[in-house]
Design a protein around this ligand. Structure first.
Ligand code: ATP
Length: 349
């Protein structure tokens, strides 16, 4: 569980590469023992922030503190952090034990202790008994675990992970997400995890920072970021963009501004009775089904509203078949959701 102390503090952190402002003033506090994700599209600056925490990239301005100590000007090896990259960069000619123990050798830890710690780290990532193998004799997921063991063996206070599951296929990736989270709980180290995959961030994190164009748009728990997005960008990036804005907001919500509503909160009603009026305490809008996307366990209905704008409603396929849902295309429906599911977000830029 996250503790009380602050593991990492970033203040007004900036980075320019010539004309490109990669990071434009980031302020952030990450707590001890937290599983913290930096989520954002490609090029939003998350890797650059991670590299500034590790010390691989000097900041243009601003400060990085680790456990209350200003490390902004220190070299990577002087910081109590380790990084796991997407390309595991294992040494092919060494056994797994040697790969994992390598960092300890550099730091002149005695041989017997090195081996013991390497075996312990391999056991941590469920590779007990694999120590004598070479990287070529492993699957992708196992190689990723060796890369983790190699970082854990140094017992850092903070582990930085840059899209570590990016090279794995979806199934393995999902398995590793669960494992990685369990491992983090077990070792209690602060994890800072970079990803562009919203599901991955929602599944694993205690808290998430959503990046856009070198800035953080929102920091919060997965539920906060998903259910109460602060901006239109967050609403669209973490989930399906379902916004009512301008005239459509006036007509449907009855107020000015931009509102986000999650697709699974919206009920789709098609009886003539329901088309006529909405229930009390609910927001509702009538429209025509423009598209039906059958997903197996659920269906996504994309509806063009009479009030203007377009909303997506997600319905579980409890009773309905794919033929039945397809027949909705082109029909008139009422969308209805409880008022409490309208979230005001900052207006789109
Ligand atoms: P990705 O998910 O693709 O890795 P990211 O969110 O991690 O993206 P960064 O890698 O931090 O984004 O890049 C942020 C911006 O800085 C991008 O516009 C990128 O092109 C630029 N950039 C990053 N590194 C350099 C560099 N060494 N030289 C010049 N520009 C760079």
């Amino acid at each position: 569980m996250p503790g009380e102390g602050t593991a990492i503090r970033l203040q007004s952190l900036r980075k320019s590469f010539g004309q490109v402002e990669a990071v434009c003033g980031v302020d952030l506090e990450i707590r001890d023992g937290e599983f913290f994700s930096m989520l954002g599209p490609s090029g939003s600056g998350k890797t650059t922030v991670l590299r500034m925490i590790a010390g691989f990239e000097p900041s243009t301005s601003g400060t990085v503190e680790l456990a209350g100590r200003d490390v902004t000007r220190l070299a990577p090896f002087e910081r109590d952090v380790n990084t796991v990259f997407q390309d595991y960069a294992l040494f092919p000619h060494m056994t797994l034990e040697q790969n994992v123990a390598y960092g300890l050798k550099i730091r002149k830890v005695p041989k017997a202790q090195r081996l013991e710690r390497a075996r312990e780290a391999l056991a941590n990532v469920r590779l007990e008994g694999f120590g004598k193998r070479r990287p070529s004799q492993l699957s992708g997921g196992q190689r990723q675990r060796v890369a983790l063991a190699r970082a854990l063996v140094n017992r850092p206070k903070v582990l930085l992970l840059d899209e570590p599951l990016g090279a794995l296929d979806l199934k393995l990736r999902e398995e590793m997400q669960v494992e990685l989270k369990a491992l983090q709980r077990e070792v209690g180290i602060t994890f800072v995890f970079v990803t562009h995959d919203q599901d991955e961030a929602l599944t694993m994190s205690d808290r998430i920072a959503v990046f856009n164009q070198g800035r953080i748009e929102q920091v919060g728990t997965p539920a906060e970021v998903y259910e109460r997005p602060a901006t239109a960008f967050v609403a669209g990036f973490v989930g399906t963009s379902n916004l009512l804005t301008g005239e459509a907001a006036q007509k449907v919500v009855g107020a000015a501004g931009t509102y986000s509503v999650r697709p699974e909160k919206i009920h789709l009603l098609d009886s003539p009775d329901a088309l006529g009026k909405a229930e009390d305490g609910h927001t509702s809008a009538v429209g025509r089904v423009a598209e039906v996307v059958y997903l197996g366990d659920a269906t996504r209905f994309i509806v063009d509203l009479d009030a203007g704008g377009r909303l997506t409603a997600l319905q579980q396929n409890k009773e309905t078949s794919s033929d039945e849902v397809a027949a909705y295309r082109g029909t008139r429906v009422r969308l209805q959701w409880h008022e409490r599911h309208n979230f005001r977000v900052a207006d789109p830029q």
